[in-house]
Structure formats: structure tokens, C-alpha cells
Unconditional design. Structure first.
Length: 100
């Protein structure tokens, strides 16, 4: 499972001997994404694309970001149906981190 947590805390409070081979990544996304999508779902989706989990649904990180953007956009359209069309900015970036 992918678990979101404070990497800064891990980096500052874990000795080099205690650090394991965990895989880390950072996600930066605008509120246009998080207004409708749960951060845990976004993190899990991107984590599986970065570190293929063997589930058979391996996709690239770019495709994972595109799917997240499309889903957020679809949910914005549904939420504003019947009123003046509006869609907040939808931006997402992801990067692997090496903390060793």
C-alpha cells in the first residue's frame, strides 16, 4: 500500500542505518484536483504508476496524471451542471525522491 506521510519527519528523525529501501515520491496538485478527489486515492494511483505493483494495470506516471486530470475535470463539469460552467485550475506534478 501507498501511505501518505511527512517525508521531512522521516528524513530528519531517522538515522542512515534505520532507513530502508522504501520508495518515496512527492505529489503536488492544485485544489482543482483535491476539491473532488481524495488525496489518498491520488497518491495510491500515482504510486502504482511509479512503482508497478504487479496488479497487471501498469500505466505510466504521465498516463496516471492524465487520468486524474480527466476525472477531476469530469467531476467539475458534473458539479456545475445547470449553472454557469466553471472549472477550477487542475494541475498535478509527481516526482520520485531519493532520500539516501
Amino acid at each position: 500500500d501507498v501511505i501518505p506521510w511527512d517525508v521531512n519527519d522521516y528524513y530528519q528523525n531517522t538515522s542512515s542505518e534505520e532507513k530502508d529501501d522504501s520508495m518515496f515520491f512527492a505529489v503536488v496538485a492544485s485544489d482543482g484536483v483535491y476539491d473532488f478527489l481524495n488525496p489518498g486515492i491520488v497518491v495510491n494511483h500515482l504510486g502504482r504508476s511509479l512503482y508497478h505493483d504487479g496488479s497487471g494495470s501498469d500505466i505510466s506516471p504521465l498516463e496516471a496524471c492524465e487520468r486524474i486530470i480527466r476525472e477531476a475535470s469530469r467531476m467539475w463539469a458534473r458539479a456545475t451542471m445547470g449553472s454557469m460552467p466553471y472549472r477550477d485550475d487542475i494541475t498535478i506534478g509527481v516526482s520520485k525522491l531519493n532520500l539516501s
